[in-house]
Write a protein that binds this ligand. Structure first.
Ligand code: ADP
Ligand code: MG
Length: 620
């Protein structure tokens, strides 16, 4: 029998290998940027069109390649970075596998221009789907430019698998930021669809972080520094009171390479123990320099996870130095350690007029107490304001246009799955009985009904009420909003600003009024009626964190996501005292909902117990 095993042709092998290296446009961004860093560039430009689906271009002023190398670099396992297996243990470069360019060229149209400093002419080379199309001498500046067009043109399945432009763009920004944060000694710029998104001049680490994450970041940062034999640790951690609900600003860099490590994250969290409010996450930007032979970066193909020789020691060092920094900060909260004079004019502000700096110190902040005050005041307020709204606008039958049902027609509401609920609160019962609702453990509201009793989960019930209110105002486009006396200025990172810009019109349908959306902040001049000014930053922050995995594509699910997130943020929390009027209104509003029996997250909002159920319990 003839042999059936064959060697795969190179272009097929490359296409298969490409699947591992290039998952999405952001993977190309990472590989090209890392190559530019390895080529010792001091200026790197990233140009993106349509979230990388039509163009990803990286231009550097690094060492370039000669004619031979400019062809060789597209071969598989072609690398200038290691020669012997031992070199793997003393790596100082990002790349070493020699796979990236071969992979990218297999699944895209690539145009490369490159010139070395000493050469008169450079090379202009075109390669499409692993096939060389042309190579010509050209007059070029020193350095290399890679333009990657029509990614996945020959793998339609992969192309169709890509997410929306917003999501892909966020992945790209993430990669860009990670490389830029690790190399403040390189000038990075990024353009998307013709407009400049980032321009990060050469600076120090602190300035680089501030330039990426907006000017406000500076006051949040506390420096960390520790030099030991196994690691040199430096970087910054966020003051506990600036902690956020999401994990967006947590970065480890090992030998200037971004990595993920659940174990080291745990060490950081251990250092913050007792200092964070429930569910809050601190920011951190930590750089660990370790001897290259003590790590193995080979264990993960996309290289964001690495293995350390001495993880336990790293854990201990990290935890204690962060604790130390936090301790220093707690003793003298107003002092800004290590103040960097360059920061007095953060890059984005160079053309703006000087403002007096303000220092905000939360004097009531006590890391060891639960924040009972704000929990007690805040949601109760939101609750009563939503109650007013319902009274002022009995016309909320407009819910899901076409459904006609007045709020007081509770008796007519037909609840499909629970026969008992159809007779909840008959009109005369409402008027006659003096006290009909009881709050239990600041968590449940109990009320007698004809057949027995109903027990309502106050938080979930309020989520349902708010959710339907927001959906109504968004679908009928007639949210009322409260004008603010002074517009509110809120700072966000570039990617958060992008998300907000994308959501602007949906948010405006809930009652928000955005006066402007700027490079690193938004100006808000109007709020939905049931949101108070003090809640606004939490509401938006939670919304952004709920959207971390991308904005849903169609506007219906966009509205749904926003309504859910805002309902969750604004709902009266467990542990909040509700007065009688508030209890009654909650019950009333819940049963006027279209789907009263579940929260927007499909959890039951209430249970009923019949007299028979009670009898049974007593019949023992
Ligand atoms: P690796 O980075 O793992 O070596 P790549 O496929 O990414 O593999 O690149 C192959 C080789 O091409 C590199 O080793 C380097 O010699 C050369 N190269 C790639 N990009 C550049 C660049 N921007 N400037 C100079 N040389 C480059
Ligand atoms: Mg590389």
């Amino acid at each position: 029998m003839s042999s059936i095993i064959q060697l795969l042709p190179d272009h097929v092998a490359n296409q298969i290998a490409a699947g591992e290296v290039v998952q999405r446009p952001a993977s190309v961004v990472k590989e090209l940027m890392e190559n530019a860093v390895d080529a010792k560039a001091t200026d790197i430009k990233l140009i993106i069109k349509d979230a990388g689906k039509s163009l990803i271009q990286v231009i550097d002023n690094g060492i370039g390649m000669n004619i031979t190398d400019s062809r060789l670099c597209f071969e598989r396992h072609a690398t200038s970075k290691i020669r012997h297996a031992e070199d793997l243990f003393s790596l100082h470069t990002k790349g070493f596998r020699g796979e990236a360019l071969a992979s990218i060229a297999a699944i895209a149209h690539v145009e490369m221009k490159t010139k070395q400093e000493q050469d008169e002419l450079g090379t202009h080379l075109i390669i499409e789907g692993s096939k060389f199309v042309s190579q010509e001498p050209a007059v070029l500046p020193k350095g290399t430019s890679f333009a990657v067009k029509n990614l996945f043109f020959n793998i339609p399945a992969r192309r169709n698998f890509l997410k929306s432009d917003t999501v892909e763009q966020r992945y790209i920004v993430d990669e860009f930021q990670r490389v830029a944060m690790a190399h403040p000694n390189i000038h990075f710029t990024m353009y998307h669809n013709g407009s400049e998104m980032f321009n990060l001049p050469i600076s120090n680490f602190r300035q680089r972080i501030v330039n990426i994450f907006s000017g406000k970041t500076n006051e949040k940062l506390v420096p960390v520094k520790e030099e030991t034999e196994i690691v040199n640790l430096h970087g910054f951690i966020g003051k506990p009171e600036f902690s956020k609900k999401n994990r967006g600003e947590q970065f480890f860099f090992v030998n200037n390479r971004f990595i993920k490590s659940g174990y080291l994250h745990h060490a950081v969290m251990a250092a913050y123990e007792g200092l964070l409010k429930d569910g809050c996450q601190p920011s951190y930007f930590l750089y660990l320099d370790v001897p290259p032979h003590t790590i193995d970066i080979n264990i993960h193909p996309t290289k964001t996870e690495i293995k350390f020789d001495d993880e336990h020691a790293l854990y201990a060092i990290l935890r204690s130095s962060i604790k130390h920094s936090l301790g220093q900060f707690n003793v003298a909260p107003v002092l800004d350690f290590d103040r960097d004079p360059n920061l007095d004019t953060p890059y984005q502000y160079q053309n703006k007029e000087a403002e007096y700096p303000t220092i905000q110190v939360d004097r009531s902040f006590n890391p060891f107490s639960e924040d009972t005050r704000s929990i007690a005041d805040k949601p109760a307020k939101s609750f009563s304001s939503s109650y007013q709204k319902t009274e002022a606008q009995p016309s909320w039958e407009s819910l899901y246009v076409g459904l006609k049902q007045a709020t007081h027609d509770i008796a007519e509401m037909a609840f499909e799955n629970e026969a008992v609920t159809s007779s909840l609160f008959e009109e005369n019962e409402i008027e006659q009985e003096a006290k009909r609702t009881y709050q239990i453990h600041k968590k449940y509201i109990v009320s007698p009904i004809k057949s027995g009793m109903v027990i309502i989960n106050q938080k979930r019930a309020h989520e349902r009420v708010l959710y339907e209110e927001f959906l109504t105002s968004m679908t009928v486009h007639q949210a009322s909003s409260q004008q603010m006396l002074f517009p509110l200025q809120l700072y966000y990172s570039t990617s958060e600003i992008e998300l907000l810009a994308e959501l602007k019109s949906s948010l405006e349908n809930t009652g928000f009024v955005f006066e402007s959306i700027n490079e690193d902040h938004v100006m808000i001049s109007g709020l939905p009626v049931n949101v108070s000014e003090s809640e606004i930053s939490i509401v938006l922050e939670e919304l952004l964190s709920d959207l971390q995995d991308g904005i849903p594509d169609n506007s219906f699910s966009q509205n749904d996501t926003i309504a859910k997130s805002m309902a969750k943020s604004l709902a009266v929390k467990t542990g909040t005292y509700l007065n009688e009027k508030e209890q009654e209104n909650l019950v009333h509003n819940l049963f006027a909902c279209r789907e009263p029996n579940v929260s927007p997250f499909q959890k039951p909002t209430f249970i009923t117990m019949s007299v028979e159920d009670l009898d049974k319990k007593f019949s023992v």
